[in-house]
Design a protein around this ligand. Structure first.
Ligand SMILES: NC(=O)c1cc2c(=O)c3cc(F)ccc3oc2nc1N
Length: 332
């Protein structure tokens, strides 16, 4: 039976309730990877909200899940200057490089140092700015000082919160990537449509974020892992390991495979462990990032012109691209 139309007051309350419920379900699904409801439950509530917003467009808010579908055609991407430089990482390619890094760091720090180890996600570095908890700007790294404003495209990436769990102003950085399975599906579609295929998930993610039609980006199933706090605002973490947990607490998706290592031997064991596990992961990694864990040590060691002295990226030898695709096709 058709429901009696809602009054504006009823619609306002109902829209608020639906937004909160849908954003919670979306956080569980896209950020925490722990969905609690079936898709049809989400879809039914989404349609209810969408119908209310169609009836009362003034009720649409910037954090409404209906704003995720894109639908804007951009004229181009404006330039954004990073107030906090977005550096790159120095690379290491051998066990010796990693032990030399440890020797340099211990010497500079003048004491034993613990390391936070993270998988090196093979995607596109992004910077996200929030004011009073609301997502206001997203940008690419660019040359580290000037990047491109891709806010509208990043709004369609479901794991990027449009509103944080706390109304704080922060700037965070991380990687936007395309899961392996999405990459295979996208290339299959493109091949069937007679289009060029992407060489790897990183290129596919970069190509997706450069789309001027935001509804195209929404369909690319991009995701994120956040790993750096550039402007802390009221965040209190004193170590990289704690910062990752704090990022997760305020609503960001962070990578669960991190490890706090007390010695470089533990770091090397972690590198070997994930070199083995690499092909089982649902996303591409091209190595391991090793960072001194304490921020006081990071501040002491500082940066060269190009990169932090307190971190190094161990790069895995390139995996045969074909084996990745063959392995996934086998699982379809
Ligand atoms: N691709 C990555 O998964 C990843 C990349 C970086 C960086 O590029 C990076 C660059 C800096 F100047 C400092 C810390 C960083 O930490 C990082 N941590 C990560 N997990």
């Amino acid at each position: 039976m058709a429901q009696a139309p809602l009054t504006l007051a009823e619609a306002t309350d109902k829209a608020k309730e639906l937004r909160a419920q849908l954003n919670q379900y979306s956080h569980e699904y896209y950020v925490a990877d722990t969905p609690t409801v079936e898709d049809y439950v989400y879809d039914r509530l989404y349609k209810e909200l969408s119908d209310i917003e169609t009836e009362y467009p003034d009720l649409i808010t910037s954090d409404s899940p209906t704003q995720r579908v894109g639908g804007k055609i951009l004229q181009g991407f404006e330039k954004v200057t990073h107030e906090v430089q977005m550096y790159s990482l120095n690379d290491g390619f051998s066990k010796e490089d990693i032990y030399d890094f440890d020797e340099r760091v211990q010497k500079l720090a003048g004491k034993p140092v613990s390391y936070c180890c993270e998988l090196k996600i093979d995607g596109l570095a992004i910077s996200l700015k929030y004011e009073n908890g609301k997502f206001v700007q997203g940008a690419t790294r660019g040359d580290g000082t000037v990047g491109e404003n891709i806010t509208e495209n990043l709004k369609t990436v479901k794991s990027i919160p449009l509103e944080l769990k706390k109304p704080i102003s922060v700037e965070v950085r991380g990687e936007c990537y395309m899961p392996k399975q999405s990459f295979v599906n996208l290339n299959k579609e493109r091949e069937e449509a007679g289009q060029d295929v992407f060489a790897n998930p990183r290129n596919a993610a970069a190509g997706s974020l450069r789309q001027l039609d935001t509804s195209m980006v929404a369909k690319r199933n991009l995701s994120t892992f956040l790993y750096t706090v550039a402007d802390f605002g009221p965040m209190t973490a004193q170590t990289q390991y704690d910062a990752l947990n704090e990022l997760s607490e305020i609503g960001f998706r962070t990578n669960p495979e991190k490890k706090l290592c007390q010695t470089i031997d533990e770091v090397w064991a972690y590198i070997e462990e994930y070199h083995e596990k690499r092909s089982e992961l649902p996303y591409e990694i091209d190595g391991i990032v090793i960072k001194t864990n304490e921020f006081t040590i990071q501040d002491e060691l500082g940066f060269t012109v190009k990169a932090p002295r307190w971190a190094i990226a161990y790069k895995f030898p390139p995996e045969e691209a074909q084996t990745i695709v063959e392995e996934i096709e086998w699982t379809i």
